[in-house]
Each structure stands twice: as C-alpha cells, then as structure tokens.
Design a protein around this ligand. Sequence first.
Ligand code: GAP
Length: 503
Amino acid sequence: MSENTGDLMEKLVALCKRRGFIFQSSEIYGGINGFWDYGPLGVELKRNIKDAWWRDVVLRRDDMVGLDCSIIMNPKVWEASGHVVNFNDPLVDCKKCKARFRADKVFTVIAAEGENVLLSVGAEADDEEHARLAATNAANSKTRRRLEDHAQKLVWTVFRADKAPQGRSNICPLCGGELTDARKFNMMFKTFVGAMEDSSSVAYLRPETAQGIFANYKNVLDTQRIRPPFGIAQIGKSFRNEINPRNFTFRSREFEQMEIEFFCHPSEADKWYAYWRDERYKWYIDLGLKSDKLRLRPHETDELAHYARACADIEYSFPFGVSELEGVANRTDFDLTQHQKFSGKDMNFFDDETKERYIPYVIEPSGGCDRATLAFLCEAYTEDMAPDEKGVMQARTVMKFHPRLAPVKLAVFPLVKKEGMPEVAAGIHNEAKKAGLASFYDEKGAVGRRYRRQDEAGTPFCVTVDGQTLQDQTVTIRDRDSLKQDRIAAAKVVQYVQDALAK
Ligand code: GAP
C-alpha cells in the first residue's frame, strides 16, 4: 500500500468515527476484532443502500419476491450445502509468537543476489505482487536502498504459506518466526440450541443468506403465483469466523449480505447469468461509483467452484487494492439437487404448459452490504476548496454521496438566532420530516461552520433562512458539490429536494 492510499484509508476511518458513521464494536472494552457498529449517520447510509437495492431488485420488478429467514437453521442445511465439510480456510500459526494467519494471505519474500540474501521476510497480502511490495515497504531504509541499487540483478522468490516448496517454511510477518504447515479451519460459528451442550445440539450461525432461500424455494413456489424464471431476494446478517478480519469493515466476522437466487430453466441460464451480471454492475454505477474504479472480472475456469458454470466478480478499487464487492454466479441446479438429496423433498418444478419436470438452474448475484457501504464511503470522500463567509477559499472535506444514499438529505439553518428566523427554519425542517426526508436543524455557530459539518456528513442540500426570507418568503439552498446557491420559495424546498432525489 503506498503512503497516499494508506493516508486516505486512515482519514476515512477517522472521519467515520468522528462523525458517527462507523465505530469499533464494544470500543469501551478495547473492541473485538472483526466486528463493527454503525453510528447514527452510518446506519442511515447503510439503510439507504439496502432500500435502494430492495427497491431496484424487488419492488420495481414482477419476477422477484422477498424473504427474511432465520439466522440459525437446521444443521442439515449446512451438510447439504457442503459448508460443514468444505467451508474452510487454510490456516497457519507462528510457532514463536502464536499469531494466526490465513495461509493464502501470507507470503515469504526472498530477495537474493547469488548467495547473498538481502531480504527475507513474511508479508500479509492478497497476491505475490502486493506481498513483494509490502515486504520492501517494511524493509528498513538501508536495506531498501540496497534493494533498489541491486534490483535488476536480484532473484526474487515469493511463495504462499500453503504452497511453500518442499523443505521451506514460511516466515511470520509479525515476528519473523517459523510458521506451521497449513491446516483446514472451518469458518462457521458454532453454537448450541437448547439446554444441552453436546453434539446433538450443535447449530451454526449462517455463513450466507443464500441457503435460507434454497430451503424455502418450495414454500415460495407453492404459496405465490410465480413460476420460473423468478427470483427470491434476501438481506440479512451472515457470520464467518474469518482468520484475519481486515481493511476496516471490508472483511468482518459479522456482516450483511444482499443476495438474489434467480431460478430459471437450464436452457436459459446463460442468458440470465449475463443479464444479472450486467444489471448488478450497472447498479453500482447508477448510485455513484465511477466506472473507472469498478471492474467486472470473469473468473478463470480454475477459479470456479466445482458446481458453478460461470462466475464474475464486481470489483472496486479500494485504497487498499482492487477487491470484490459482489459475485454473480451460475450455480446450476447444485443447491436444489443437494437439498432434494438431503431432505428427501422433491425440488422439481412441473411446467403444466410444456409438461416438463425439471430442477431449475440458479443465477446468484451475491453482494455484501458492508462492502458496498465502504465503497460508497471511499468514493464519496473528497478534499477540495470552498469559500468561507468572507469569500476566502478554505480546505474542506466533503462526502459526495449520491443524494439517494446521503444519510441526511437536507439541513436547515436560521442565519441568526433571532428576528423570527429560527421559527421559519424550524417550520421548513418539520415540513421536510413530515414528507419523510431526513432533515437536520442547526442554529449553533457561524453559518460557514454549519455548512462544513454538513459537508462532512454528505448532506446534499443546506437551506438558510435569512433577513430576506422574512420579506419575501424565499430561502437560499446550497448545493453541496457545486456550492451554487439558489434562491427559491420556502414553500418549494421539500419539492426541490424530492425532485433531486428522483433523478
Ligand atoms: N452465497 C454466495 C456467497 O456467500 P461470497 O462470495 O462468499 O458468496 C458474497 O459472499 C458477498 O458477501 C461478497 O462479495 C462480499 O461482498 C460479502 N462478504 C463475504 N464475506 C465477507 C466478510 N467477511 N466481510 C464482509 N463482507 C463479506
């Protein structure tokens, strides 16, 4: 990670805490790794993202319905899905400091010139190239200079902890100690249901919302007037005991997913896969992620899960690297067939027009709500210059959220706390709230400071009630991004904001 990108992440994390977007979970007790809380602004931002998703994939369509399943399900679900046996990460431990790592994320980097080893360190990274970068960044300045001087002549050897060549062990990125061989670690959180704590009462917190949809596929078919092609959508918490939670909320142990399972005839699966892949990619762009930071990456054949026929990741260029926001996969009839086998229930759909009986294929667009929130936060973070009350240009930090996602849509200020201005401003504020708009009333401090606070919160519009308002019932409305101030009738403020949100 270069210094600049590290800086950006640090600034964003600081802003999230300072303004109440995201807090560390149980912070007063020192926190708990991999768990996060959304503060008053964060919860609105995240809810707006979930609402936008629900509106676009359920409410605006005729071929989708929603579902809300329990987090703990019969453990047979996870046997059928393969999670009990296969949901493993490779894990290594440091023999010296006892730190634990995901084996596929720790690398040993060796730079040698003939017999002469200049650098030999462990690094945590997502791939070999980043591991090499992390290792050289971690090198002290003297070693770094020597590496730079000799770079052309050096032989670089980089190997992953679970793919170390015979006889070579890996190096701990924290203390330089030796790492154990990789072993499998099941990522599902276990718990017990009922009073007995024995093997018969073991249950799991769901690691994905998808299986609740498959388990209810028959219920939905039998109770709704719906037939393939159709989809079921669900938003909900999932839990994974990640070995190395990191990059703020990007990889957490408790997170929210937004998943669709779209059921179709096998002969139409390729068509629907391409459809959903493109739809989902476009969704992020429409809500403000710039296309040059978004990437649609089809999986290589050797990356595909054994049951998947095609898969593409929607990736975003975060300050810490390009990483997955959402995966869109053609899961074939794998899940329904497995549940048919394990439950003994018939998962076929009988088409009474063609008289055909078949198990539908499933296209799955599966996104992470926290990752989407983090991407929208990264995208929104902007440092620019804006004039203060005296017209002097000052640096400001502004969160340029799409108005639909902004936690607060409108802030209303009386210019001064007298001459009836607070009453008029409070009237506009209350009217906005009655219309369902998240509005914030602020009468404290210089108006320039109030603007700055709203810029940091990402509020797209600030309305100021001033002396002229009392004469002609007009107010100024300031656009967060262009800083343009329009004068409009006080009575038109709510409509003005609603129009902007509908764009
Ligand atoms: N049902 C398929 C499934 O769960 P996945 O790729 O494992 O697929 C889907 O997860 C999405 O869930 C990811 O693209 C990501 O956005 C989100 N996600 C997965 N693990 C996560 C974690 N530890 N923290 C935050 N989000 C995560």
